[in-house]
Write a new protein. Structure first.
Length: 571
């Protein structure tokens, strides 16, 4: 399947992640996407897969039904496995596409064979108990089972050992021979450059280069500006050129060795007392006299170029991206106070005027915090559905009510009181989103520990309490992030992202089971990390974050007290 991107831009809130992308992907080719963390690789792949829509520009496909013909495999296999057995997990995509039950198993078996796993050994096993390499191959099998024309893989070798990486490369080679179009985002340039028909270099959301790997490795300046390092074979060849040796710049070790043979080099092991770099390659004949002149014409790359500007990490769709907003700069003690006061006020609201005033207040806080509305909607959607069910239950009345439908009636009073209760809790959750998204873990903990420090006098374990609160507050965004990744993975398997079908009990179980496993796994890793760092509850902790109260905090506190008083009067 051919793909053409024209002037594609993608924004998250006010933040432009992709800008002016013009790119052509030939049918049946293998294209490598590389760039430093945060350059936009993963975002571009999700836009090209159809999971995200560009803010501007167009993407055209040679296939009339690109979503059905596209499969994507994300970086972490743990966020893409759902069912109790490998067979059920692989067949999920077929089920979403309406394939009959009797036709699914043969297709699942064939998909497992494609990735080098024996069906009889794996179909009945739990995917959650497989090794990292086996999980990744099962996830790829789940993508291949729908017979896509386009397969997208985001960092497919992350966490794999060398043997598993080589096996994965063999799988991709076979898929390309079958005519599948492959898009691969990777940092492992040594492994994937020899396979690539095209290499795309991303830098700060833009395409800096798109062309053949041979052309790219001959231009180390471009690679360095993008925050990348040449493959090892190309680095060796460039260093040899700087020392006066005329060798071609290869993209693989095999090409480098072939170049040595063609130039009359002898490859041998270093002798005793000899530096490996100088002894690895030796000319049969002496170097030409113009060696020094060539070295002067070829400046050392490490001295000639500056280090590229780095980013703060890869873009995370569910994590807060707030920059330096007004609320973020406030002292955490002030924000804890505001959170406490507004929570008490919201629980006391008893009429629609107070609710509307609270909604207006929280809307203003969201604007000041620069939290994108897309994130707010994603965060609040499951809570709205859950509390909407509670509202319905509160409105129903058995054996009566203002409007009776058989034995069940609807009570206006129950609907009113239940609706107010639901709105109060939804506003509390929204307030919590603003609070956690504008304050990172260390400030949260320092502010809370400062507030409860007097409790030491009555033997309350203040340090343990503040540490626990900090972990809980940071765990909630992490859980929401993983839930978002799981939902996106389900959508990539063919689940319709529209309507209420995705919120059915069966489909919700596909989210809950892996999410619980991820939480347990994260808890174990956190416990090991705490133990390995020698956490001692009896030793006084040295604070690295300095609490600093300013005039802005005083003004914000006055605003909180005034607003809370007005809400109490109106509500």
């Amino acid at each position: 399947m051919r793909i053409d991107c024209t002037d594609v831009t993608f924004s998250y809130g006010e933040h432009k992640i992709l800008q002016d992308i013009d790119l052509a992907i030939p049918s049946g080719s293998l294209t490598i996407f590389c760039g430093e963390t945060g350059s936009g690789k993963s975002t571009l792949l999700q836009v090209m897969s159809g999971l995200e829509q560009p803010s501007h520009g167009t993407i055209t496909y040679s296939d009339p039904h690109p979503r059905q013909a596209t499969a994507i495999v994300f970086q972490l296999p743990d966020t893409q496995i759902f069912a109790g057995t490998v067979q059920e997990d692989i067949e999920y995509g077929l089920e979403m596409r309406g394939v009959s039950k009797q036709d699914r198993e043969p297709k699942a078996r064939e998909a497992l064979k494609q990735v080098g796993l024996q069906p009889d050994d794996f179909l009945a096993r739990s995917p959650f108990l497989l090794s990292g390499g086996e999980k990744r191959r099962v996830v790829i099998a789940g993508a291949l089972v729908a017979e896509p024309k386009l397969l997208i893989l985001d960092e497919p070798t992350a966490g794999l050992d060398p043997a598993a990486c080589r096996e994965l490369v063999g799988v991709l080679q076979r898929l390309r021979e079958q005519g599948l179009t492959l898009l691969v985002s990777t940092h492992d340039l040594d492994l994937f450059f020899p396979l690539a028909d095209q290499v795309v270099v991303m830098r700060e959301g833009r395409v800096q280069f798109a062309g053949e790997a041979d052309e790219l490795v001959a231009n180390p300046v471009l690679m360095e500006e993008a925050g990348l390092e040449l493959p090892a074979a190309a680095r060796i060849a460039h260093r040899l050129q700087q020392n006066g040796m005329q060798v071609a710049i290869p993209i693989s070790v095999d090409q480098l060795l072939q170049s040595f043979d063609a130039k009359g080099f002898v490859v041998r092991e270093p002798v005793d007392g000899e530096q490996p770099l100088s002894a690895t390659v030796q000319l049969r004949a002496s170097l030409p006299e113009s060696k020094r002149a060539r070295r002067e014409q070829t400046p050392d790359l490490e001295e000639d170029h500056h280090s590229p500007t780095t980013r703060d990490g890869s873009w995370d769709w569910n994590a807060p991206q707030i920059g330096h907003s007004l609320l973020e700069r406030l002292d955490p003690r002030m924000k804890w106070l505001g959170m406490f006061i507004f929570s008490l006020v919201l629980l006391q609201i008893s009429n629609i005027v107070g609710v509307l005033a609270s909604i207006t207040l929280l809307g203003g806080m969201l604007s000041l915090s620069n939290i994108p509305w897309k994130r707010v909607v994603t965060f609040m959607r499951p809570f709205v559905l859950m509390f909407g069910f509670f509202w319905l239950v509160a409105a129903l009345q058995w054996g009566g009510g203002d409007v009776a439908v058989g034995p069940i009636g609807i009570s206006y009073e129950g609907a009113t009181q239940g609706g107010l209760g639901v709105l109060r809790f939804l506003l509390l959750i929204l307030l919590g989103l603003v609070f956690t998204d504008t304050t990172t873990g260390a400030p949260l903990r320092e502010g809370f520990e400062w507030a409860i420090r007097p409790l030491r006098k009555v033997k309350v374990p203040v340090r343990d309490l503040s540490f626990s609160v900090s972990i809980v507050l940071q765990f909630v965004p992490w859980i929401l992030e993983k839930a978002g990744q799981l939902r996106k993975a389900l959508a990539s398997r063919g689940q319709d992202s529209r309507g209420l079908a995705k919120w059915s009990p069966r489909h919700l179980s596909f989210l809950i089971v892996p999410l619980v496993i991820l939480v347990i796994k994260m808890g174990d890793e956190l416990a090991v990390a705490i133990e390995s760092r020698g956490y001692d509850r009896h030793v006084e902790r040295t604070s690295w974050y300095e609490l600093k109260w300013t005039r802005k905090d005083t003004a914000a506190t006055a605003f909180v007290l005034l607003t809370a008083s007005l809400l109490m009067i109106w509500g």
